[in-house]
Design a protein around this ligand. Structure first.
Ligand code: ASP
Length: 342
């Protein structure tokens, strides 16, 4: 595998990776993106050509919303033919949502789009930003027989490349901030950069990039907990305009079997609200019907989220809701794998 002569576009959106400390207040603030080269002079030693573009205003990823996702996707779309790969610098807090949604938006993607960020600002002596950024660029630059090796949306953090739509942020402090429990790593960085080719999405022959840009944000996430009341649950299902819900259930997709609970879900589905069953466990899969506590959910038409993450499920809902499909087809489409998320 070679990296030479690859052209990479860095897309800087904000996050800790591009921040510096205001030493008077101790608060982290965004700095001009051009400073990234100043902070990481090693970038100019990499064997590839690197250009960069930056969000007009760098943001903390807590402020990410569909407009920003479209901004990232359009930047890739506009520059798609001129670059071999893309590295998106993004705050870690909502990086899994953005990596998931981009994996659905970039239909027909056949080049690498690698999300990365850091837990410590680039200027910090012990920063993890340098390794994350440099290796992400190297991964995006990898080619074999003149073609990119990675042809999907990945997330690189602390020596591991994951499939973006399989990740979850699990730690606010450790450098190892992300996990992908239900899918193995795509690449690992040690003495050698090892790509697990068998885990990568297969080549899509003659794929052409097409970017999806529509979202319906009338969605919600409900995390079940012992003691949840009928009033609260119905309060949510009665929100005007609500169209779909990710229901975070227990274990392999279990939920209370009390009549009021089941009636409330049934009424919501009858009203046309799509309910997706996703387990609140970090790993494993929903298996509807494994226990009585989930069999009824299957019968009333709850969508099986299988082993999808909540992050991928909520953004997949926002996109599918804009596809104008019947309720039955909606369930079928959601349960199908689009880009390796299930
Ligand atoms: N709050 C920051 C963000 O997500 C944290 C980070 O960059 O890691 O933008």
């Amino acid at each position: 595998m070679e990296t030479e002569s690859s052209k990479i576009l860095l897309i800087y959106t904000g996050g800790t990776i591009g921040m510096m400390k205001d030493y008077e207040t101790g608060v982290l603030k965004a700095f001009e993106f051009e400073n990234i080269y100043h902070r990481i002079p090693e970038l100019s030693h990499l064997d590839c050509l690197i250009d960069s573009v930056s969000f007009e205003k760098a943001i903390d990823s807590s402020d990410m919303n569909p407009k920003h996702w479209i901004n990232i996707a359009e930047t890739i779309e506009k520059n798609y033919d001129n670059y071999d790969g893309f590295v998106v610098l993004h705050g870690s807090d909502t990086m899994s949502y953005s990596a998931s949604v981009l994996s659905f938006m970039l239909e027909g993607l056949s080049k690498p789009v690698i999300f990365t960020g850091s837990q410590l600002p680039i200027g910090d002596l012990r920063t993890d930003a340098k390794e994350n950024l440099i290796t992400s660029i190297q991964l995006a630059a990898l080619k074999e027989n003149g073609k990119p090796v990675i042809k999907e949306v990945g997330l690189y953090f602390e020596y591991k490349l994951y499939r973006g739509n399989r990740t979850t942020k699990i730690n606010a402090e450790n450098f190892q901030a992300f996990v992908s429990i239900n899918y193995p790593t795509l690449a690992e960085s040690g003495v050698h950069l090892k790509v697990m080719k068998e885990n990568l999405l297969p080549e899509k022959p003659k794929a052409k990039l097409k970017v999806w840009k529509e979202f319906d944000q009338n969605v919600a996430i409900i995390k079940l907990f012992p003691g949840i009341t009928e009033k609260i649950l119905n309060g949510i299902f009665n929100i005007s305009g609500l169209k779909a819900v990710v229901l975070e259930t227990y274990g392999s997709g279990n939920a209370p079997t009390e009549t009021w609970f089941l009636k409330s879900l049934e009424a919501a589905i009858e009203k046309g609200i799509h309910i997706v069953n996703v387990t609140q466990c970090s790993g494993g899969s929903v298996i509807l019907g494994k226990y009585e506590a989930s069999e009824y959910l299957r019968k009333i038409g709850v969508i099986n989220g299988k082993d999808i993450t909540t992050e991928a499920a909520i953004v997949k809902l926002m996109i599918l809701l804009k596809k104008n499909i019947s309720s039955n087809l909606f369930k079928i489409r959601f349960e199908e794998n689009i880009s390796g998320e299930i």
